[in-house]
Unconditional design. Structure first.
Length: 388
């Protein structure tokens, strides 16, 4: 008696089931069935992931029990305001761990001893947190165990309660203290950065190639690029750049001479096309720096007004605009108010001292009057009548 062969789709089902269960791994009990552990595609490659996305954890204690074969940790959308010491435990070294993503966890503080056993990590992502790395929250060595770190993501990572200039100074101290010799990419987008008061902030990163500063409020590129020996790309998209100074243009112009094929992105900045932009226009047309999409840059404002919304490459006439009349009117009004206040103050002081001033004035007048009368008598003596 012949047995009936299974239909072809049965084979497919069995194969898929075997693959599914052979690759699936149950997360340790500490994860409370909230996370997914096992093989999955990550950036186009099969990796062993521990994925705790939007799992509403209020502490990170379960991360001490990561499976030893973990390659990628995705711990996002939780509420961990202060990262504990030894977040990945004290015992395991996790030889295959290469990516840590801790985006959007409301992290405010990372302690100096938080990260251990991260020797092989190449990518650290701390985007969309509330980090404070200033004052008593300063820990210059928080990344010191990331000896092979290549990419550091700090997009919208810092607390808005601290001025960006202050945490950038602290960040430079971290770069120096953590000795990140292999770091090649730094992401600092969306951090309300207006200016950088420590121009050597990136000079302690010898392998740095890419600096991402897009979507901030930067008006001038005022950090040192000459000390970055492997510089490849600077992203300044969507900032507040109206123009670039000759000093900045000179810095950029020196880079090709150093053998650096630097790419610069200035797309989305509000350029003002008046007489002050002449040097930038000339530089854009002649520089060896690869300025991305420069033919698409346009004038947000300008003089003459016909330059507004024109592409920079089509601007051939520029003039110096005079200060608007309302500025002078505003100054005149301010001076008028100050003059009125001073006059009022003098009158008030005079009124309060009226009696004293009046008495002194009368005394002075009488003195002058009597002196004049005395002089008159001396100069013209009356002849006395003589009776014979």
């Amino acid at each position: 008696m012949c047995s009936k062969k299974p239909a072809p789709f049965i084979y497919v089902f069995l194969i898929m089931t075997i693959i599914k269960f052979s690759s699936a791994v149950t997360c340790p009990p500490d994860f409370g069935d909230r996370c997914i552990c096992g093989k999955a595609n990550y950036n186009g490659k099969p990796r062993f992931l521990v994925n705790c996305t939007n799992t509403q954890f209020n502490d990170a204690a379960m991360l001490e029990k990561l499976p030893i074969q973990t390659e990628v940790v995705i711990f996002t959308g939780n509420n961990i305001t202060s990262m504990p010491w030894n977040v990945f435990g004290k015992m395991n070294d996790y030889p295959d761990l290469e990516v840590i993503d801790m985006t959007n966890n409301n992290i405010k503080e990372i302690k100096g001893k938080t990260y251990h056993h991260v020797r092989n990590v190449k990518t650290l992502i701390l985007n969309h947190n509330q980090l404070n790395i200033t004052g008593d929250k300063t820990h210059p060595r928080i990344f010191s165990n990331f000896v092979n770190l290549e990419s550091l993501h700090l997009t919208n990572a810092f607390s808005e309660s601290v001025d960006s200039k202050e945490y950038l100074v602290a960040l430079e101290q971290i770069f120096v203290g953590s000795n990140l010799t292999k770091l090649s990419k730094v992401h600092l987008e969306q951090n309300e950065i207006w200016s950088i008061k420590n121009p050597n902030i990136f000079c302690s990163l010898p392998s740095l190639m890419d600096i991402q500063l897009g979507d901030n409020n930067i008006s001038e590129m005022n950090f040192n690029v000459g000390c970055i020996q492997n510089l490849r790309f600077i992203d300044l998209r969507n900032n507040k750049i109206h123009n670039l100074s000759n000093n900045t243009l000179s810095k950029f112009e020196e880079l090709p001479e150093q053998g650096l094929g630097v790419k610069l992105d200035l797309m989305g900045n509000p350029f003002i096309c008046d007489c002050q932009i002449a040097d930038l226009l000339n530089w854009l047309r002649t520089t060896k720096v690869d300025v991305l999409e420069k033919e698409s840059y346009s004038c947000y404002d300008g003089f003459p007004v016909s330059n507004i919304n024109q592409q920079l490459y089509n601007v051939h006439q520029i003039q110096c605009a005079y200060a608007p009349k309302q500025e002078y009117q505003g100054t005149t009004v301010l001076l008028g108010i100050l003059l009125f206040l001073m006059t009022s103050l003098i009158l008030i002081i005079g009124y309060m001292n009226f009696t004293n001033v009046r008495a002194r004035t009368v005394a002075l007048w009488e003195k002058v009057f009597h002196r004049g009368q005395y002089t008159h008598i001396l100069s013209k003596p009356e002849e006395q009548e003589v009776h014979v």
